[in-house]
Design a protein around this ligand. Structure first.
Ligand code: NDP
Ligand code: 8X3
Length: 252
């Protein structure tokens, strides 16, 4: 019987390539995001290309009612989820704390922290019922240090790392694995979203070095998910070769 992976934020970037990677490897997919057209497009592609079954759920991870309703309403067969990838997330703006935009702060905290909590609260009981499963949280190198002007985004990912470590303890007795994937810069829609549609500014982020791609990160996610049952990958930190960390890089 095919395994089932639920991936949040699958309309773009890392989430989209993760859905493709899991489908290539025989998984049935539950893909989520706020843009239904993109979900439908990806679902059609996955069904045609990999002959797999796909369920699309359109919801905003910041809205607990939407999250709970979407998960509770799926059919019993689809509730046998094996892997939850908490990927939906974003950065908004890059600036000093005293000039920060409060709405942007709220959106980052609500998406990157509360969104993961709401989704996990809805899905983890389904994993526990089966006494197996895997929760994979997409954190960031921004959880391993802070960089100039990254303040609130970095804080949300630090919070996520703490939650992941706590979840791993809570899930231990239920037989559920918990993993954190912490990538450095990956060229997706991330910077376009951060700079609110300014594609030139977004492109500049990746000048002088080869960033990660969504596929590179998807490989790490799938690697963690495909280990033998007794093996848990606690954490993967993955960076572009040109960057030692967010401060020291070798750009040309
Ligand atoms: P993208 O902007 O390409 O994709 C983000 C995804 O998240 C989209 O599918 C978007 O879907 C979804 N999303 C955002 N907000 C919400 C919301 N409120 N409700 C539901 N879905 C939402 O970015 P990435 O693929 O790069 O980012 C994915 C994750 O990886 C994020 O958690 C990010 O913090 C993390 N990350 C990214 C890195 C990078 O450099 N790119 C590096 C390290 C970590 P939709 O708009 O349709 O709702
Ligand atoms: C996103 C990548 O470079 O802002 O987490 O840390 S970065």
């Amino acid at each position: 019987m095919s395994k089932i992976a639920l991936i949040t934020g699958a309309t773009a970037g890392i989430g989209k390539f993760t859905a493709i990677k899991f489908a290539q490897n025989g998984y049935k997919l539950i893909i989520t995001g706020r843009r239904q057209e993109l979900l439908s497009e990806l679902a059609n592609f996955l069904k045609q290309e990999f002959k797999t079954e796909v369920l699309t759920l359109c919801f905003d991870v910041r809205d607990n009612e939407q999250v709970t309703k979407a998960i509770n309403n799926i059919d019993a067969e689809w509730k046998k989820i094996d892997v939850l990838v908490n990927n939906a997330g974003l950065a908004l703006g890059l600036g000093e704390i005293h000039e920060g935009n409060i709405d942007d702060w709220d959106t980052m905290i609500d998406t990157n922290v509360k969104g993961v909590l709401y989704t996990t609260r809805a899905v983890a009981p389904l994993l526990i019922k089966q006494a197996k499963g895997h929760i994979i949280n997409i954190s960031s190198i921004a959880a391993k240090g802070v960089y100039k002007n990254g303040n609130v985004y970095c804080a949300t990912k630090h919070a996520l790392d703490a939650l992941t470590a706590a979840m791993r303890i809570d899930m231990l007795e239920h037989g559920i694995k918990v993993t954190s994937i912490n990538p450095g810069p990956a060229e997706t829609e991330f910077s376009i979203v951060r700079f609110k549609g300014d594609k030139e500014k977004a492109k500049d982020v990746y000048n002088g070095y080869k960033p990660l791609s969504g596929e590179d990160v998807a490989e790490c996610i799938f690697f963690a998910a495909s280990q033998p049952e007794h093996v848990n990958i606690n954490e993967i930190i993955v960076m572009p070769k040109a960057m030692a960390n967010m401060v020291y890089s070798h750009k040309v």
